[in-house]
Design a protein around this ligand. Sequence first.
Ligand SMILES: [Zn+2]
Ligand SMILES: [Zn+2]
Length: 211
Amino acid sequence: MVRRLLPLTLTSSPAAWTASLEAAGPTAICEAVEARDGGVCRFCSDPHPIAPAPLHLDDDHAHWAVDNLATACLLCHAVQHLGRVTADEELLLIWAPDGISQAAINRTVRGIHGVFAAHGQPVHLGATPTDDTPRLRAAYRAYQALADLAQEATAWVKTSSPHAFGASLIEVPARARASDLANLRLLHRGRFFRRGVDVYPQLLAAASPKA
Ligand SMILES: [Zn+2]
Ligand SMILES: [Zn+2]
């Protein structure tokens, strides 16, 4: 069965701002969502999603009903969690000139992280790779091209901080739907913090099919 992808929109609401991206809901509900979605991310269609969790479609993180939940990978779920205190270390705001979708960016960046991990390089791409293969070079260039789009996003929203941008959306909720922000996207930086420790490499490894 081919399912239509659900849309991904950058949102910021008081209800979600302090809610955990990894909050555990009622077990029976979560199991029903997982069974219905077959463990596939409903937003980017990743069949091996990183740290999959139910995303609240109405953004109300207290509303645990099967119809209000859809399986999301960590990269897709991030659009609702700019309130994370580590959001600025985990994400970049970028400007998608051709309107490339958030889902397409997430699939691309997941592939880039996979290439880096396969080469034993840090997946946060904070440094030029110490190895040099055509595949690694192509992945690094692709990531740099995406990261370069951060400058334009900063010019539009007047901040380079996803966290600060999210806070501004709470003050002016209608802003999120404004057409001048329609090309704003998030670029995952290959980091995810649990209690101060970056666990993204382990989450990526756990989600990757074994060779
Ligand atoms: Zn959430
Ligand atoms: Zn996804």
